[in-house]
Each structure stands twice: as C-alpha cells, then as structure tokens.
Design a binder for this molecule. Structure first.
Ligand SMILES: C[S@@+](CC[C@H](N)C(=O)[O-])C[C@H]1O[C@@H](n2cnc3c(N)ncnc32)[C@H](O)[C@@H]1O
Length: 240
C-alpha cells in the first residue's frame, strides 16, 4: 500500500535529504543524546526517526534505527538502520522493549497511527521515551531569543499539537501508563559558529533569510567569546 504523504512530511524528507546530520551537528554538544540513551536501557531498542544515528550510536549494539530520509541513513554511523515511516513500521508485533525518539515525535503527521504502531511493536510493559522541544527559555535574552525575533513569519507548523504537551500525551496515550514529563534545559552556548550550527538548523529558514539573519547575529555577537544559547526540551516517557 502506498501511503499519502503530506506536504509537511515531504518538506521534512527533502530538508533532511539536503542537510543530512544537521540535527546532530546542532544538538550534540547539549548532552541530550547521552541522557536519552541512558533512559532507553539495554534491551531491544528502536531509535524512531534516527537521522544520522547520533542517538543510535549511544544505544546497545543490537539497537535499530528507522528514518524516512535515505540521505540521513547514508550518513549514519555504522549501525543497523531501515528506511521507513513512523506511521508504518516494518517490524513484527512485540519486537522492542523500548522505543526512543530524539526531537522527532512532535513533527509527525497522523500521530494516532504512529502511536498505534508504537503499541504494536512494543512488548507489554515496553517504554516509549521521546525528547520533545525545543523552544527558547521563557524569560532569557540569548541567541535563541535573538533568532526568534528575526525569523520571518511562517505558516509552517509540523505535527500534532497534542504530541508536544503533557495534557496532549494523556489524551493520545490513553490506556498506557500516566506520562512522565521532565524538563531538560540544554546549554548550547559556545563560539558563534557552534551556536549558529543550532540556530541555522531551524526549519523556518530558507537560504536567503538564513544568510541575512546569520550576518545580523554575527554583528550582534562580534567579540563575544561565548555566545549564550539555551534550549528548553522535555523528556517524555510512557509505558505500554
Ligand atoms: C529533527 S530530525 C531528528 C533526527 C535525529 N533523531 C536526531 O535528533 O539527530 C527529525 C528526523 O525525523 C525524520 N522523519 C520525519 N518524519 C518522519 C516519519 N514520518 N517517519 C520517520 N522519520 C521521519 C527526518 O528525516 C529527520 O531525520
């Protein structure tokens, strides 16, 4: 059966084909891959929407990764990966003890279908752990806030709003355990180039606006050795 893919999913596939490894380059300094891998445990683990495998590389050697982008998978560190959609997982029932997903669950279309697939491929008592996010801090004044103020207005909204909040998870994961949400504030401050690797990865930037905004921020942080930049994420967990 050929699935109908939305414009948003087509955008994500195309974006990640052109920029394989972009999320790992943006996020790896923040420590979230290590922390999420620790939570995933040592059983049979699936990395859902694994990108170039930054999380997968930290999971047990038996772990598997899946992503829609063949280019991301081609860039993946030497691990077992499969090309496919979260909405149609090519795995048998009860294949995994845990599914982990780093910064992807809140992007998916047809989230109920994804959750039905998670329920199917997890063993009873299996865990789904997702890093969700991430926005700027509520009251800060760092490079992330500066970027948000400069971004052109966008109508692009990915995923299902319920996938991003604890209340939404309670509705979506009815029949699973009560979801547990933990706030992880990641410090992505560093040299301008390091911080831009994160800011410039925004889905809201096209090539022209990226160049202009980068130049503006470069000016703003001229002479600053460590550019401040924090991102708020949530580690969410639920048991089947
Ligand atoms: C923000 S990136 C995160 C990648 C990786 N988890 C990481 O944090 O480095 C989102 C990833 O989701 C993948 N993706 C988007 N929609 C998908 C879908 N429906 N099924 C599987 N992968 C998907 C993209 O190709 C991309 O690699």
């Amino acid at each position: 059966m050929v699935a109908r893919v939305s414009d948003h999913e087509a955008f994500l596939r195309e974006f990640h084909s052109r920029h394989a490894g972009i999320t790992a380059r943006a996020m790896e300094r923040g420590g979230s891959y290590d922390r999420l891998a620790e939570r995933a445990g040592t059983g049979r683990v699936l990395d859902l929407a694994c990108g170039d495998g930054a999380l997968l590389a930290r999971l047990p050697p038996t772990a598997l990764g899946i992503d829609i982008s063949t280019e991301e998978l081609a860039a993946a560190r030497p691990r077992r990966t499969v090309q496919g959609r979260a909405q149609q997982l090519p795995f048998a029932d009860g294949s995994f003890d845990a599914v982990a997903s780093h910064l992807a669950f809140m992007l998916f279309d047809d989230i109920e279908r994804v959750i039905a697939e998670l329920h199917r491929v997890l063993v009873p008592g299996g865990r789904f752990i997702a890093l969700l996010g991430g926005g700027p801090t509520a009251d800060g004044d760092d490079a992330f806030h500066a970027l948000v103020n400069l971004l052109p207005p966008s109508t692009r909204r990915f995923g299902d709003p319920r996938a991003k909040t604890e209340a939404g998870w309670r509705t979506l994961f009815a029949g699973w355990s009560e979801p547990v949400f933990e706030r992880w504030e990641l410090d992505l401050g560093g040299s301008f180039e390091e911080v831009w690797a994160f800011l410039g990865a925004s889905y809201q930037l096209d090539d022209a606006s990226a160049a202009a905004i980068r130049a503006e921020l470069r000016k703003r942080y001229a002479g600053v050795a460590r550019v401040p930049c924090s991102v708020v994420t949530f580690c969410a967990e639920v048991i089947r």
